[in-house]
Write a protein that binds this ligand. Structure first.
Ligand SMILES: [Ca+2]
Ligand SMILES: [Ca+2]
Ligand SMILES: [Ca+2]
Length: 315
């Protein structure tokens, strides 16, 4: 090995005897890749002047796959990151992008194979960049001196890490891709999604497969027929309805049997604006309340408020 200048080292790498690993180049320049990866893992630090890597190995069967998950708004869902490599590896790192308007990255845990193999020497690091829409997860099996944990072949479908995401309440129904991409995220954060190879050797360039979180439709509560505004169900809309809602909201009074009826402004929530809407209707000559109003009917704007019963409007 011969020092070539700041940040550059020339390695003479012997050809491997493994039949399954193909080395693309025997000699090449490596710019502090192991140190860079360690810095990213250890501190979340991104060094814009350091290139993530210049040379990598192709290895038959090397792959990192981000899984799929399903949930509803407000749910926290788990996504598996699985991998395999027929070449021995000593760690991995992956930046995984998401739409920050739909989901929020919460946390990540190492897979049991990784944790068991590395034991207490495992360096597992996670950094979240929710504002920029990505997270970085990575592991180095051994970061101590002297190194005692050997590199290892990763069998098919091995769980590398489990990521958790919160589906935001404002998320749209549908598929939110989780992008498993090299060098994609941030202006200066040149993260390569790779396996770390044998010590002192090049990283292994895996096939990268995206994942997804699918936002499912909310399960709406029961909603039978009702009339809006008659929160105390006495056939009249008057001051007592506003007081009934205020009593429920602020004084621990009985809940309306049909919260949709008490939702006088039909915004899908019970709050101070609802008794105010009743008062405006009663005393300002404002227009009618949202349907169903003059006759029994169902909520035309589905929301999460229940209407378990409304005695004046039998099913
Ligand atoms: Ca009433
Ligand atoms: Ca309301
Ligand atoms: Ca509604």
């Amino acid at each position: 090995m011969r020092r070539r200048g700041l940040g550059e080292w020339r390695f003479s790498v012997p050809r491997r005897s493994s039949r399954r690993c193909q080395r693309l180049r025997v000699k090449a320049v490596v710019r502090w890749l192991p140190v860079f990866a360690a810095l990213v893992l250890a501190t979340g630090f991104s060094a814009p002047t350091l290139r993530a890597q210049e040379q990598t190995l192709e290895c038959a069967g090397a792959q990192i796959t981000v899984g799929e998950s399903f949930g509803r708004r407000g749910d926290v869902v788990s996504v598996a990151v699985r991998g395999e490599s027929d070449c021995e590896v000593s760690g991995f790192i992956a930046a995984i992008g998401h739409d920050p308007a739909q989901v929020r990255f919460v946390a990540a845990e190492p897979g049991p194979f990784i944790a068991d193999h590395a034991g207490p020497e495992l360096l597992f690091r996670v950094t979240e960049h929710n504002e920029q829409g990505y997270a970085v997860v990575g592991a180095i099996f051994d970061f101590s001196i002297p190194l005692t944990v050997p590199p290892v072949i990763i069998g098919a479908d091995t769980l590398l890490a489990t990521l958790t995401y919160e589906i935001l309440s404002s998320a749209a129904e549908g598929v939110v891709p989780l992008l498993n991409r090299t060098r994609t995220y941030g202006d200066t954060n040149l993260i390569a999604n790779v396996f770390a190879g044998n010590r002192g050797e090049f990283s292994i360039d895996p096939v990268l497969v995206d994942g997804a979180v699918t936002v499912q439709a909310d399960v709406l509560p029961p909603g039978g027929p009702f009339k809006r505004g008659d929160s105390n169900t006495d056939e009249a809309i008057d001051l007592s309805d506003a007081l009934f809602i205020l009593n429920f909201l602020f004084s621990g009074g009985d809940a309306p049997t049909c919260q949709k009826s008490a939702d006088a402004n039909d915004d899908g929530a019970l709050d101070l604006s609802d008794p105010l809407s009743v008062l405006l209707f009663l005393f300002s000559g404002s227009e009618v309340l949202p349907a169903p109003f003059s006759a029994c009917g169902v909520d035309e704007t589905p929301d999460v408020l229940p209407c378990e019963s409304f005695a004046l409007c039998p099913l």
